[in-house]
Design a protein around this ligand. Structure first.
Ligand SMILES: *[C@@H]1O[C@H](CO)[C@@H](O)[C@H](O)[C@H]1NC(C)=O
Ligand SMILES: *[C@@H]1O[C@H](CO)[C@@H](O)[C@H](O)[C@H]1NC(C)=O
Ligand SMILES: *[C@@H]1O[C@H](CO)[C@@H](O)[C@H](O)[C@H]1NC(C)=O
Length: 415
């Protein structure tokens, strides 16, 4: 009996010492893990408030062709679960690290895009009062219909709508704090400003102001288009005859199509505010082809004096020459008969023929000159019309491209 009580007392002392020795941090962690709280903190109020005191925002890239904004967010999230608290008189620590998978963590969504949320670390921090602190990284591909109307002087604001799950009074509610932007310049786009905005009813979003850096598109697209149209205007200095100018203009039109291709590769298809530069290029192409066609027609006019009814003209020329041959034959026949009659009479006839031939030559030259003069006058008139219209158009287009504002509703997803 004595031995039994002794054994019992030894056991009691042993178990007591075991309980008191295991108050280190690891045992605390084990104690918290063993609770297995994998569901969200749930008390009388079914809604759990999640504090996000700090968000770091970074624009990774902007896909101009597909109108996607790819960004990365790092957020510190803090929430409170009283059941994860402990008595600091037993476990004398203020905080403990727990593996992320052993406790519940809230889920952040971006509703206007595709998102992957990752835990920034494998562990999170639990404080003695049940406060849980954790960092998450969010990689989001935002679908944003960026207003490219003024491309390459475009700029717009894209919302990144952050939400958490909540349904019928249950779930989580976000309380956002500060937002900081890091590394604002990437590729052709510059992130100018980010700010946290709210549209009521938990509709929080980050307003990202983007602006295109116009140097690159200006050099690759706008400047060449200006230079080519200038070359087209200056090519009126080339002579109309010989077709030299026409081949030059064809070359210009062909080289312009290269830039049309670049434009097509870089910009999206039609949208609410599709870039005006597309229309601009289209108009330039039409103007250049028009000037090429007019040049061709005027060349033709300078060479032949006729534009249309080419076949009829050719036929009449053939008829004329045929008629002449007959005449010549008759005349030579006459000559032969004259030779037999009178020598002096013959020489007069020859002289007359020579004079007639020379006169015809003169008349022809005068006619050619007149044709060319006419064609050149038309060319000058066309040049001035082209020049004035082109200049007026350039001014108008520049004004529209820089000044006109087109607005896009970015909040279609909140209907
Ligand atoms: C629950 O808490 C949220 C956030 O504090 C509050 O908006 C809501 O009204 C509360 N609901 C109830 C039923 O108390
Ligand atoms: C979260 O990240 C911030 C900045 O990187 C860091 O200062 C903080 O200690 C992190 N907190 C946790 C709980 O990981
Ligand atoms: C950024 O946007 C906020 C809110 O619209 C504004 O108050 C702030 O002045 C802006 N900052 C800059 C540098 O434009």
């Amino acid at each position: 009996m004595k031995t039994v009580t002794l054994l019992l007392s030894v056991l009691a002392v042993g178990s007591g010492s075991a309980e008191t020795t295991c108050t280190n941090r690891r045992c605390l962690a084990n104690m918290l893990i063993s609770k297995g709280f994998l569901s969200q903190p749930q008390y009388e109020n079914c809604t759990q408030v999640i504090h996000v005191p700090f968000i770091e925002y970074q624009t990774l890239s902007v896909d101009t062709k597909n109108l996607h904004l790819i960004s990365r967010l790092q957020a510190l999230i803090i929430w409170n679960d009283p059941e994860l608290s402990w008595d600091t008189s037993v476990y004398q620590y203020d905080e403990v690290a727990l593996p992320v998978s052993t406790v519940w963590t809230p889920d952040l969504h971006v509703i206007n895009g595709i998102l992957t949320m990752e835990h920034a670390s494998n562990d999170l921090l639990v404080l003695s009062d049940g406060t849980v602190k954790h960092n998450v990284t969010i990689n989001a591909e935002i679908n944003c219909e960026i207003n490219l109307f003024n491309y390459p002087f475009a700029g717009d604001e894209c919302p990144v709508a952050i939400q958490t799950w909540s349904s019928e009074g249950c779930g989580t509610q976000l309380k956002l704090g500060h937002l900081k932007m890091v590394d604002s310049s990437h590729g052709d786009w510059q992130t100018e400003n980010v700010s946290l905005e709210n549209q009521g009813e938990g509709r929080n979003y980050i307003k990202v102001s983007l602006k295109i850096k116009f140097t690159n598109p200006f050099i690759t697209l706008l400047l060449p288009s200006i230079l080519i149209i200038t070359a087209d205007v200056v090519s009126f200095a080339l002579p109309l005859r010989g077709g030299e100018r026409n081949s030059f203009k064809v070359t210009l039109v062909l080289s312009f199509t290269v830039f049309l291709n670049i434009l097509n590769d870089e910009l999206p298809g039609d949208g609410q505010c599709s870039p005006i530069i597309r229309t601009h290029f289209c108009i330039i192409l039409v103007l250049m082809v028009l000037s090429m066609l007019v040049s061709m027609i005027l060349t033709r006019l300078a060479e032949d004096g006729h534009l249309f009814f080419y076949c009829r003209f050719k036929q009449s020329v053939q008829k004329d020459t045929g008629h002449k041959e007959v005449k010549d034959n008759e005349e030579s026949k006459a000559d032969i008969s004259v030779i037999q009659l009178n020598d002096s009479h013959e020489s007069i006839q020859v002289l007359r023929k020579v004079v007639a031939f020379l006169e015809g030559l003169d008349a022809k030259e005068v006619e050619i000159e007149q044709r060319q003069k006419f064609a050149n006058t038309l060319d000058h008139i066309f040049f001035w019309i082209y020049f004035i219209c082109g200049s007026a158009y350039s001014c108008a287009m520049t004004y529209v491209m820089v000044e006109h504002k087109c607005s896009v509703n970015h909040f279609h997803f909140w209907y």
